[in-house]
Design a protein. Structure first.
Length: 287
């Protein structure tokens, strides 16, 4: 019956064995689509405990849609378990779990540690930054957990934790910071305040800033395109006003700083374009 309804266009097959009304599915963003699938799988498989980046998505500390294509579940069997389809198994000795939004997941500290030791440095930093930003755990407690929890690649997890401050505003900024540091650029100032030269009451905060040899500022800003696509973020509900306000903000900042570049998240993912832009304005590098 479900197959016939799918062929007729009445429902969508969104995952093996899972179907959804097309109008409702299309109204969801990528994260909520993923969570719908995870929640359904949790009901279908009461014994499953979700871990790694799937658990991080449930906790809200993995917001990257690049990591919402696979389903990660814990296994307590140390023998090799064959992965299949989009399901990936991870051996985790401890059997503790939490229930978050009706979904069984590994405890937060375990989840963050697993993500930090298995993911790339920028992705690991993005998860850790989200935990600190949302004040779910502090850095000292995370460090103690990273030191004590069992698992391979502990040094990688601790390396990702070291520069984390929780001062990035979102996952895109945190990932970009990871790329910047991995490419050996100096640690930037985060959310540095820039006073409007025409109105001292107005203060702008920039994503990344560095002091040059003479004390001037070099600024790099991640181009957050959501502000031009999400109507809830429009200035006075107007796209044109939003664009004009953003241009005015950039012009005022450029009057104060020595140099400024903008980059997209795609450029951070590709790395080379971001590196060239930072080099072009003289961002200092570590030895």
């Amino acid at each position: 019956m479900l197959v016939r309804r799918e062929k007729a266009g009445a429902i969508l097959r969104v995952y093996p064995g899972l179907y959804m009304r097309p109008d409702y599915w299309l109204s969801l963003d990528a994260r909520n689509r993923y969570l719908h699938i995870v929640r359904s799988l949790s009901q279908m498989h009461p014994g499953w405990i979700f871990c790694d980046m799937t658990a991080a998505a449930v906790y809200g500390v993995n917001t990257s849609t690049r990591h919402m294509d696979l389903i990660h579940i814990r296994t307590v069997d140390d023998k090799h378990v064959h992965d299949y389809g989009k399901v990936r198994h991870h051996y985790i000795r401890e059997e503790h779990y939490e229930i978050v939004d009706g979904i069984r997941v590994t405890p937060l500290a375990r989840t963050v540690f697993d993500c930090a030791r298995r993911q790339s440095f920028p992705d690991a930093l993005a998860v850790i930054e989200a935990v600190l930003r949302n004040r779910m755990m502090n850095k000292d407690k995370l460090e103690r957990c990273f030191e004590s929890l069992p698992g391979w690649h502990r040094k990688a997890a601790l390396a990702a934790l070291k520069p984390a401050t929780g001062h990035t505003e979102n996952g895109g900024e945190a990932y970009s910071l990871g790329v910047i540091l991995e490419e050996r650029f100096a640690m930037p100032l985060l959310q540095e305040a820039i006073v409007d030269p025409y109105d001292a009451r107005t203060v702008y905060r920039v994503d990344f800033a560095w002091r040059n040899d003479v004390g001037g500022l070099i600024v790099a800003e991640l181009d957050g395109r959501v502000k031009y696509t999400d109507r809830s973020m429009f200035r006075n509900g107007s796209l044109s006003e939003t664009i004009i306000a953003e241009k005015e903000r950039e012009e005022r900042i450029r009057l104060v700083v020595d140099d400024m570049v903008r980059f997209s998240f795609r450029e951070a993912l590709d790395r080379t374009p971001l590196v060239h832009k930072l080099e072009s304005v003289g961002v200092p590098r570590r030895g």
